[in-house]
Design a binder for this molecule. Structure first.
Ligand code: SAM
Length: 270
């Protein structure tokens, strides 16, 4: 089963960015990214002389943001078209001296030596989309330095199996029990691994990653009625109010299974 991201065209890659400009996805992503940016700022290395590895970095949102802060990065992705679009944007922003762009599957990072990076990002559910999350995690561990940090996220099985991934009640129950949803491609449906909070916690600790923070993302969309959120978005200061509430509520460990994704920052204990 081919990873569907490898089939993306240059136009698809451009559309990935365009759809982030359309409500309510635009606001959802803006909220996720504002909270994530706060987390990144807390944990990014003070010393900017090393290289940050951006796995499944897509169209370059995080690589470009960090490059503008003075970091050097390697932006990798499984999709050649996505990387082509990312490269064009990086060149236009005159960031090409800060960001190397090259293809890599998270499950095969053999082009990178052991203990190469102090900070690795796998943001945007790459461990859910790759062919084998455990293999991907082992590869990340190998290229991370001892005590190095990984920031990532996975799709949350308790939330996404409802409308976005499941096609029927039977399908929802199958996903709930087995943890595997499928991309809607009739010819070669590729699996998406959806994690329960316990499952991702266990996988990370089995590979000796110590959890520093784990919290739900897109929590407001997991909990609130879409119409109420739209009312907030349309009101003055409403978007910031949603961010503030989400930040506060995401600290409640009992809500970890209520967002669309599970976000984590973990330390490599070799
Ligand atoms: C939702 S996008 C996230 C992009 C970016 N990290 C962000 O946060 O905007 C998921 C990305 O993962 C990439 N991807 C999927 N499977 C992958 C794999 N096995 N190895 C590396 N990248 C992969 C896709 O091509 C896509 O660009």
């Amino acid at each position: 089963m081919a990873n569907p991201w490898t089939k993306a065209t240059l136009q698809d890659a451009k559309n990935f960015d365009k759809q982030k400009q359309i409500s309510p996805y635009k606001e959802r992503m803006a909220i996720k990214n504002e909270i994530l940016w706060g987390t990144l700022q807390k944990y990014l290395p003070q010393d900017k002389s090393g290289t940050v590895l951006d796995l499944g970095g897509g169209t370059g949102i995080w690589s470009m943001r960090l490059a503008k802060e003075g970091y050097s990065l390697i932006l990798t992705d499984i999709s050649e078209a996505v990387l082509e679009w990312a490269k064009e944007k990086i060149d236009n922003e005159k960031l090409s001296e800060k960001v190397i762009v090259e293809p890599a599957d998270i499950c095969d990072l053999s082009k990178y030596k052991d203990n190469s990076f102090s900070f690795v990002m796998a943001i945007g559910d790459i461990l859910s989309y790759c062919s084998d999350a455990e293999k991907g995690l082992k590869e990340i561990k190998r290229v991370l330095k001892p005590q190095g940090l990984l920031i990532g996220d996975v799709e949350n099985r308790y939330k996404i199996f409802d409308g976005r991934r499941a096609t029927s009640w039977e399908d929802a129950i199958r996903i709930l029990n087995g943890g595997v949803a499928y991309w809607p491609d009739k010819e070669s449906p590729a699996p998406i691994h959806q994690f329960t909070p316990t499952e991702i916690e266990d996988l990370l600790s089995a590979h000796k990653f110590q959890t520093i923070e784990m919290y739900p993302s897109h929590l407001m969309w997991g909990l609130f009625n879409e119409e109420f959120l739209q009312q907030a978005i349309n009101s003055k200061g409403g978007l910031q109010e949603i961010v503030n509430i989400e930040k506060k509520m995401s600290k409640d460990k009992h809500l970890l299974g209520c967002g669309f994704e599970i976000q984590f920052i973990v330390r490599n204990e070799k």
